[in-house]
Design a protein around this ligand. Sequence first.
Ligand code: SF4
Ligand code: SF4
Length: 189
Amino acid sequence: MNGTGIIKGLAVTIRHFFSTYFADQFGLGRAKAKRGTMMAEGLFTVQYPEESVTVPEEFRVIPFLVYTIEEDGQKKYRCTACGICAKVCPTQCIWITRMKNEETGKPVPESAEFYIDIDKCMNCGSCAEFCPFDAIKMDHDFRIASYTSGDSHIYNKERLGKPLEYYAKIRPTNYAQEEAQRAAKAQAG
Ligand code: SF4
Ligand code: SF4
């Protein structure tokens, strides 16, 4: 029958309109939780930037360097400056120098400088995948636009560094697996 498609389409729109209204007004979180996903019952879109969609664990933006805080309050980066991430990076946007012992001049397994050109990074995740020390991980933070021309898009070690707790929070499954492997290795001696 002519016009059936239009009526069906309007019915879908009305259903989503009311579903959104009830979710927002009466706190029926079920619809709100699905907003921005294919399962959305209310609005398909979110009111960005006030609202944003929860990204999946494997979501990848720019890499970050994992550090822990030592007893003396100093940051201890996991990175040993082995250079594997820089070698496997397809866009060659990682640049590292290794620290040296000031007295002996011998290399120390720690980076002195660590830079990533985030304009060249293609978010592939190879650096994180190949790092043998779980020292570099892919971040979820996609709000990295800069508003002034002077902002550097070459991130240094300080800017790339994030605490282990942050990694555990954004990638809980990966973190738990790695910690379980670490514990099993330590037990095996
Ligand atoms: S982040 Fe990992 S792969 Fe890259 S230099 Fe450091 S330890 Fe090596
Ligand atoms: S995510 Fe890919 S492109 Fe970006 S720094 Fe890592 S290896 Fe390079």
